[in-house]
Design a protein around this ligand. Structure first.
Ligand code: ADP
Ligand code: MG
Length: 243
């Protein structure tokens, strides 16, 4: 438990299995983890250790098999599908590993989507999305379709879409995987600027040591377990690589 900090997310003893019968595998083993308001929490660990699964159960996209999850004091897994969807739309911005951009919408329309869904007037929504794209080093009025963009550009559109409506919880899965060091650094600085407020939290899954220095705390996962949570200055805090 983190003393004196308000919690944004609390996972307690969460188990998650995939598959059935002989193919059944356990992806999360009793994971307990807290994300505080006002922090960037990073979740790091080798490929296949369960990082994406943990993010997905936190935002309620995947069901858990055991344990409890609270987001801003709400028990997400006690909600029905419609309630979960409404809760996510209002409170959560996410960018997953597959960027999940809508293929028939332009880059700026994709980035504006959370605002358009929330009923923001189109002109204003497009303006805000354009501003967000330009802070990511992208052209403002980006009317290209996702398939006309590079991987790094698609990634920044997905990331803009996660931040554009200034949600209380931002979760990003490998947000810098397709970016060079300089662009990745700019994107992380933008994340801190836009997403961090005293009543907001950010969870970033990564195995990119170039961005570790942006973390307020780092949770390390191995084989479905949280093995340690450390802060900068702790003896066993993962050392990043800074360029
Ligand atoms: P990470 O994001 O750390 O690479 P994942 O959460 O994607 O790890 O995966 C954790 C474990 O669960 C891995 O062993 C992976 O093969 C397995 N897994 C992930 N998604 C599925 C799925 N849809 N069906 C079956 N197994 C899965
Ligand atoms: Mg993953």
């Amino acid at each position: 438990m983190v003393a004196n900090r308000q919690l944004a997310v609390r996972c307690a003893d969460v188990d998650k299995f995939y598959g059935k019968g002989g193919a059944r595998t356990q992806a999360l083993h009793g994971c307990s983890l807290e994300a505080c308001m006002g922090e960037i929490l990073m979740l790091v660990g080798p490929s296949g250790c369960g990082k994406t699964t943990l993010l997905s159960v936190i935002v309620g996209i995947l069901d858990t098999d055991a344990g409890d999850i609270e987001v801003f004091g709400e028990h997400v897994h006690a909600m029905n599908a419609a309630q979960k969807a409404r809760f996510r739309r209002k409170n959560v911005g996410f960018a997953f590993q597959q960027f999940n951009l809508l293929p028939t919408l332009s880059a700026v329309e994709n980035a504006a989507l959370p605002l358009l869904i929330a009923g923001e007037p189109r002109r204003k929504a497009m303006q805000r999305a354009g501003d967000m794209l330009s802070t990511m080093g992208m052209p403002e009025k980006l009317d290209k379709l996702p398939r006309e963009l590079s991987g790094g550009q698609q990634q920044r559109v997905a990331f803009s879409r996660a931040l554009v409506h200034e949600p209380r919880l931002v979760v990003c899965d490998e947000p810098t995987s397709a970016l060079d060091g300089k662009t990745g650094e700019a994107v992380m600085q933008q994340l801190r600027k836009v997403a961090l407020r005293a009543d907001r939290a950010v969870i970033v899954v990564t195995h990119d040591p170039r961005i570790y220095h942006h973390a307020d705390r780092i949770a390390q996962m191995e084989d479905g377990h949280i093995v340690q949570v450390t802060m900068p200055g702790d003896a066993n805090h993962p050392q990043g690589i800074r360029h």
